[in-house]
Write a protein that binds this ligand. Sequence first.
Ligand code: ITT
Length: 181
Amino acid sequence: MINFITHNPNKFNEVNAIMENNKIKINWIKMEYEEIQADNTDYISEDSCKKLENIVDPPYFIDDTGLYIDELNGFPGPYASYVQETLGNKNIIKLASGSRAYFKTVISFYYEKVYQFTGILNGKISGEEKGENKFGYDPIFIPENYNKTLAEVTLEEKNRISHRSRAINNFISFLIENNIK
Ligand code: ITT
């Protein structure tokens, strides 16, 4: 069985729904792990993934997600977690309402070595917080070709278009090609 390490239940629920649709069973390891400070998500994620080798039984994977806002020159990017806790969505709206932005998810999978799978969702920062599904930046992010925020769509709909689902679908293709269960 493949282990998914995250302390974030929203991530687990989204990923698990896609995995279940593909008849892949994953085991949730709910814990926080060490992350170095750097400006490159791929590198941060690879480093965290390698360091988990002595803590979790492979095969396992992690999900690192960042929000990149054009008008803020890509900020908060890999600092998304810190900025969510300190500034929060209301202040992001004050700084960047209407700006183009994108989410990027990097999945790092440990299976003898680290493999990475990426997914991006383009969109913009809304003018107000909207939606019931209050996961991180979802209430202030309007996906391209939408007129509502990601927090206003169902989990199934988010999984049809999201950064995370794109990365996970690439990951699933790799698992199937290599017959990894
Ligand atoms: P783990 O590291 O334990 O997986 P985390 O919540 O710390 O959980 P990240 O560092 O990847 O995960 O998340 C960075 C921030 O971005 C954090 O504040 C999340 O709430 C937010 N975030 C991640 N994915 C998101 C998504 O799909 N929609 C909205 N916000 C998201």
